[in-house]
Ligand binder design. Structure first.
Ligand SMILES: Cc1ncc(COP(=O)(O)O)c(C=O)c1O
Length: 409
């Protein structure tokens, strides 16, 4: 129990804040899964339910070869790296994974971190200087926003601007303003999510590439929700848009979604950019490496994606079935080719209430509200996997139909 005056001060302040979260119906209950991550899971207190809220887009999280690779990683390298990478924390499993990432995505080199969040926080502070400018889509993922703040804090003078979501005229304005400024002679970094995680829409990468070429800017794409999902072979949003990998200057992504679902993130790019991260990024120098078991599993997951592109095809068919079913059930779903199907419901409390009701019907879908999305734009975010069967999707649609009837009654 807290005893000091400072502790009491903190307790009172924090409890008031938490009470406000509860009173406004925004309290998030962390559900506990007692089984493996699959389309059907065992949820503590709820039994077997259908999972429609994981990022297990290709069904690789519990794929036997991915699990086996993790066991082999454990046997080969033991339980811990016990060091940061540059001292003695770099293992063969890291190199194998990084080579796999670089060759699959078509980049000279790649480097992994414990998460994409960390990878992004390594990227901007390390590659940028105070002379540079970063231009970011207003709906970019929180890790990009925070990494830019970090870079700006570390490099006084670094310019940071935001353009309206996917508004290419606004991006052009931002670029033109920088180039018109005779004091500016740094590198311009334009950064975007490939697939926007809350809207499920995709970046206009062809237009962005053209603008970057016109104004001499670097294009950075975080395709955490696009890898394994977008494009004929799952290489991501640039493939979907018909861009070559060399038309993206720096690519970041997570290993915690389609690519095995374990954890970890990466940066892929030129050898120069990656060398700089290895030599200078603070997470490289001061934080432990990705666990080798996870590295081995992720390497296998990408190998399976390469060998079985039909998983991407199956995911696409499932997404189409789910989207049309959700609409038939009477809900508006934001249009896009991605595996994220957001059903906008307005206020946070309603989103949470609807998701609780769905869970009672054996369908696990999370309601997202403030502060994850702006106030008034709460949503149920349905996520589809290649591992869902037609029957799973039909059960989701049926539950939504019942919910709609209940609301309309
Ligand atoms: C676009 C995007 N980038 C980065 C991340 C963070 O990935 P990680 O969990 O590997 O830190 C996410 C996860 O939600 C994401 O959606």
């Amino acid at each position: 129990m807290p005893t000091s005056a400072a502790n009491e001060h903190f307790e009172l302040r924090a409890q008031t804040l938490l009470q406000g979260v509860k009173d406004s119906g925004q309290w998030k209950h962390l559900q506990t899964i007692e089984s493996a991550m699959d389309p059907e899971i065992t949820l503590e207190g709820h039994g077997r339910v259908l999972c429609f809220c994981s990022n297990n887009y290709l069904g690789l999280a519990n794929e036997p070869r991915v699990v086996q690779a993790g066991h082999e990683g454990l046997d080969r390298h033991g339980g811990g790296t016990a060091s940061v990478r540059f001292i003695c924390g770099t293992f063969a499993a890291h190199h194998e994974l990084e080579q796999r990432i670089a060759s699959f995505f078509g980049f000279e080199s790649s480097y992994t971190f414990v998460s994409c969040w960390t990878a992004t926080e390594a990227l901007f502070p390390t590659l940028c200087t105070p002379a540079d400018a970063i231009i970011s889509d207003e709906l970019n993922h929180a890790c990009i926003i925070d990494a830019i703040r970090l870079a700006a804090g570390m490099h006084k003078g670094l310019r940071k601007t935001v353009y309206r979501h996917s508004d290419m005229d606004h991006l052009r304005e931002r670029l033109a303003a920088l180039r018109a400024d005779t004091d500016f002679d740094g590198v311009i970094w334009v950064v975007t999510d490939g697939v926007f995680s809350m809207e499920g829409d995709i970046a206009k990468l062809v237009d962005m590439r053209a603008l970057c070429d016109e104004f001499g800017a670097m294009l950075v794409v975080d395709d955490s929700h696009g890898h394994g999902v977008m494009g004929q072979t799952g290489r991501g949003t640039h493939e979907h848009c018909g861009l070559r990998s060399d038309q993206v200057d720096v690519l970041t992504g997570t290993l915690g979604k389609a690519l095995g679902g374990g954890a970890g993130g990466f940066v892929a790019g030129s050898k120069t950019a990656i060398d700089l991260l290895v030599q200078r990024a603070r997470p490289t120098l001061f934080s432990n490496a990705l666990p080798t078991t996870v590295a081995a599993s992720a390497e296998m997951a990408i190998r399976i994606l390469q060998e079985e592109p039909e998983r991407v095809e199956r995911l696409r068919a499932n997404v189409e079935r789910a989207r049309s079913g959700i609409r038939d059930a009477g809900f508006e779903v934001l249009e896009s080719p991605t595996a994220i199907c957001p059903i906008i419901v307005g206020d946070t409390a309603r989103a949470i209430r609807l998701s609780e009701r769905l869970l009672e019907k054996g369908v696990f879908v999370i309601g997202f509200g403030y502060p994850v999305v702006p106030e008034g734009e709460a949503r149920l975010r349905v996520q589809i996997s290649a591992a869902h069967t037609d029957e799973h999707i039909d059960r989701l649609v049926e539950a939504l139909r019942e919910l709609k009837a209940e609301e309309d009654a």
